[in-house]
Design a protein around this ligand. Structure first.
Ligand SMILES: Cc1ncc(COP(=O)(O)O)c(C=O)c1O
Length: 383
């Protein structure tokens, strides 16, 4: 179907408050009405007969939805599990490795705090070292990201933990090259694709990382609490679910499919999220979301009087972009976010990296170019 971003028909697919200019799809996604409707039906079904739903029929239903997800991300379903979020996927991967004192984990300095916290815990409990690869930003070319990791590797490096899309700076990292680097230097590699599924086409078998995790509740527009965790064949038998439950040691899927009693409707409503994306067309969606962000970031940067931190190369960013704030900005990131929301009903995050504040815009089908113009005109008058 042909469609225009931000048109009334497209906006009506989502339940978002029409009074808010919503430019933060990146943080928690936004779930379309069709997915919420399927989830509500599933909840009714679950509450009508909880034992049938969560007991007898669950293993077959979980397997069916997993097969569908596996096709979408190009994974062998035998190595793919559903988890609640990327934070849990990272936890499962880090827990699988027999860390030795002095082992080093290299993570990009644009990395996500919750993930670094998981490594800091290993620092305290297992004596590993957290090493940051310094990725320049502004960035001229993708090769600088690979160079940053290459320079951080030492003979003690055990694992590279690579963001597929960085959170604060919205950069796409060249994961194929980074997996190749890890292989060449004898390191394990965990790819944190929290923002990747739906924003970028995925082929996890071709990528060949040891572990991959990514959210479905962001750019696949699934209900909240849907994510993937992938383990390569070498790791499947040695990897446990982040929560130990009945399935412990009974097999990869047995472990992950039952984290204890939970609301399984988020996972089971995934077919509606895929249908939503299929109707808009995944390729068209990616291209239109990227175009919104490309135009939006230029307009916002112009209004702020700042240089863009990287070129328009499509390999450098997808459906999000970070624009630096001029130095001497009045207020912290959270203060700026609260002010924009309170005074202008614009929802946009302000991130920070290397002592600088960035405004991070997202582009999703419900956005229109006018949303970025509203942001730009408000930011231009900020003092
Ligand atoms: C790079 C990165 N990793 C991990 C996460 C954690 O995602 P979640 O809170 O869904 O677990 C995020 C969230 O935005 C992220 O940007």
């Amino acid at each position: 179907m042909s469609w225009t971003p931000g048109s009334p028909e497209i906006k009506s697919l989502w339940a978002l408050d029409p009074r808010v200019v919503y430019l933060n799809h990146g943080s928690f996604g936004a779930t379309p009405r069709s997915v919420l409707a399927m989830q509500a039906e599933l909840r009714d079904e679950m509450e009508a007969e909880p034992i049938e739903f969560l007991g007898r029929s669950w293993p077959a239903r979980a397997a069916e939805v997993r097969e569908r997800v596996a096709r979408f991300v190009g994974a062998d379903p035998r190595g793919l599990a559903l988890v609640t979020n990327a934070t849990q996927g990272v936890a499962a991967a880090l827990d699988a490795v027999d860390w030795r004192e002095g082992d080093e984990i290299v993570v990009g300095d644009h990395g996500y705090n919750a993930v670094k916290q998981a490594i800091r815990r290993l620092v305290v409990e297992r004596g590993v070292r957290l090493v940051e690869a310094r990725i320049p930003f502004p960035l001229q070319e993708r090769a600088q990201i690979v160079d940053a990791f290459a320079q951080a590797i030492t003979p003690r490096t055990r694992m590279l933990l690579v963001d597929h899309v960085t959170s604060a700076t919205a950069l796409l990292c060249p994961v194929f090259e980074l997996v190749a680097l890890a292989r060449a230097r004898g390191c394990l590699v965990l790819v944190d694709g929290a923002h990747a599924p739906g924003m970028l086409p995925l082929d996890l078998e071709a990528l060949g990382a040891d572990f991959y995790t990514g959210n479905l509740h962001k750019w696949v527009c699934a209900a909240k609490g849907c994510a993937i965790f992938y383990a390569s064949p070498d790791w499947r038998e040695r990897t446990h679910a982040p929560v130990t439950s009945h399935g412990y040691t009974l097999g990869f899927h047995e472990e992950f499919d039952w984290p204890g009693t939970f609301d399984a409707t988020a996972w089971l409503s995934l077919p509606a999220a895929f249908e939503h994306g299929d109707r808009l067309g995944w390729q068209a969606l990616r291209a239109k979301n990227h175009a919104l962000v490309r135009e939006g970031r230029a307009e916002v940067a112009h209004a702020l009087g700042v240089e863009l931190p990287h070129s328009d190369d499509e390999l450098l960013y997808g459906a999000m972009a970070a624009i630096p704030f001029p130095r001497g900005t009045p207020g912290s990131g959270p203060e700026l976010n609260a002010r924009l929301y309170a005074e202008h009903r614009i929802e946009v995050p302000f991130t920070s990296y290397d002592g600088r504040i960035f405004v991070r815009i997202s582009g999703q089908a419900y956005n229109s170019p006018a949303d970025y113009s509203s942001l730009a005109s408000v930011l231009a008058s900020f003092g």
